[in-house]
Design a protein around this ligand. Structure first.
Ligand code: FAD
Length: 454
């Protein structure tokens, strides 16, 4: 008779939790996952997937305009928000069902409930008032958006969670934040036809990205019609004539239909009972884990955004898989968090892998920089005022490519492939030795000849 109901109980059915539980069950563990909202988690239900569907939708208006110089006459087009929402919801329901089905097919049990830890081995399901025990508990509860308390009337604002379910597309919208989610939503709203203001308290958007990428993207957003306000913060929000009057800390006011905060995400650890289980947390209340995902309590592990390391879906999935390989397949696996490619699905798109120029200089001292900015062929014909920007950061001593930064159409697709080369420690000479694929924007990556002066 086993000591516990399960070998593994995972709290959170998102990217990391589902992968970990499914693999563990495949390897023979008696595994269960508890999910309080919808199986699939942030990425599938209210993150990457619905966001990317919105991004696709937001690009058609410009495509219709651009088509004219290619000979197309498109006399009439209009946009129906409800159609987009319905088709987005349909796709998400399909994915959600697939996640549940795959878990169950692997032999894992699923519980639709909120889980709270009673002690390191005991999980209480709040809705059904059931208690389950497990040898190992995996916390994969992700993160959540937040609205700063300092904003008077903050309850009138929405976050990305609600933005996916708005009854109507706002005519005027303010997006607060300078990170990738804020930039992406500003691009979505403006592309769909909303008058859009992007507000960021720092001195430039996209903190953590390469300095030149940040300023170039700022410029591109403005060219697309987004009003970008930097060094700017919201003081209060008040209802006015069915709309929202946003007062800034400098006293200026904006009347908008919707205001969305995207000012970072917080680890989902509140009310989980972690404190009385001996699980240590960081100042931001993320779970502290070692390289294997183990917390300060030996039988409790954590993966994904709740550990606040690299908060991206493929990373959560890797961490979940590494956990299952280590514990249930006798294959100790540690996730390498370096050179993870990432994208900002704005319009234009950003794709990045490796170090920024500034970080490379701090770490390696002598670095060479290669850069190009050009108008892509499609735009020279369509007449659209947009530029492709590319930058390679190279270690001068070894010729190794340390970072690659791209802004432009399909930058995310390009950077995924460049990331293989960077991960393999490719040198600039390797890039140069690669024959260009013509005509493409990506060919410029292997044709960069002139070093930019430091
Ligand atoms: C708008 C947006 C866009 C994004 N775009 C991208 C992108 O383009 N690319 C990318 O890589 N990443 C993107 N991300 C980030 C990505 O979604 C996360 O990094 C990823 O989902 C993290 O996975 P996770 O398993 O750690 O947690 P999550 O996917 O957040 O899953 C956690 C789950 O735990 C559940 N839960 C929480 N507490 C409990 C409890 N007590 N009991 C039961 N269940 C509980 C939650 O309901 C949730 O379903 C985006 C995020 C957002 C918000």
């Amino acid at each position: 008779m086993p000591k516990h109901d399960f070998d593994l109980i995972t709290i959170g059915g998102g990217s990391g939790g589902v992968r970990a539980t499914r693999l563990a069950a495949t390897y023979g563990a008696r595994a269960a996952v508890v999910e309080e909202y919808r199986m699939g988690g942030t990425c599938v239900i209210r993150g990457c997937i619905p966001k990317k569907i919105f991004v696709y939708a937001s690009r058609y208006a410009e495509d219709f305009e651009d088509a004219a110089n290619f000979g197309w006459h498109i006399p009439h087009h209009d946009f129906k928000w409800q159609t987009l929402l319905a088709n987005k919801d349909k796709e998400i329901a399909r994915l959600e069902a697939a996640y549940t089905k795959n878990l169950q097919a692997a032999g894992a049990e699923t519980f639709a409930d909120r889980a709270v830890l009673r002690d390191p081995h005991t999980v209480h399901l709040l809705k059904s008032d059931r208690t389950l025990t497990a040898e190992t508990v995996l916390i994969a509860t992700g993160g959540r958006p937040w609205i700063p308390d300092s904003v008077d009337g903050g309850d009138l604002a929405i976050t990305s969670n609600e933005a996916f379910h708005l009854e109507e597309l706002p005519r005027t919208v303010m997006v607060v934040g300078g990170g990738y989610i804020a930039v992406e939503f500003a691009g979505i709203f403006v592309g769909l036809g909303s008058k859009t203001i992007l507000v960021h308290h720092g001195d430039e958007i996209l903190r953590g990205f390469d300095r030149e990428v940040r300023s170039q993207m700022h410029h591109e957003l403005q060219k697309r019609g987004i009003q970008v306000l930097i060094k700017s913060a919201v003081a209060s929000i008040k209802p006015r004539d069915g709309r929202k009057c946003v007062r800034m800390t400098d006293g200026t006011e904006h009347l908008v239909d919707e205001i969305m905060f995207a000012v970072g995400r917080r680890p989902n650890t509140a009310g989980l009972g972690l404190e009385h289980c001996g699980v240590e947390m960081t100042e931001r209340r993320a779970i502290k884990v070692d390289d294997t995902g183990r917390s300060s309590q030996a039988n409790i592990y954590a993966v994904g955004d709740v550990t606040d390391r690299v908060n991206l879906t493929p990373v959560a999935i890797r961490e979940g898989a590494a956990f299952a390989e280590t514990l249930y397949n006798k294959k100790p696996t540690i996730v390498d968090h370096t050179n993870i490619p990432t994208a900002v699905f704005g319009t234009p798109e950003i794709g990045v892998v490796g170090l920024t120029e500034d970080t490379a200089r701090q770490m390696f001292g002598n670095v060479d920089v290669y850069r190009t900015a050009f108008r892509p062929l499609r735009s020279t014909v369509s007449g659209r005022d947009t530029q492709v920007f590319m930058k390679l950061v190279v270690d001068a001593a070894t010729d190794r490519v340390l970072g690659c930064h791209i802004i432009g159409e399909a930058a995310a697709e390009m950077i995924q492939c460049v990331a293989i080369a960077v991960k393999m420690k490719a040198t600039k000479a390797d890039f140069d030795a690669t024959v260009a694929l013509h005509p493409s924007a990506a060919e410029e990556l292997v044709l960069l000849k002139t070093k930019v002066k430091a």
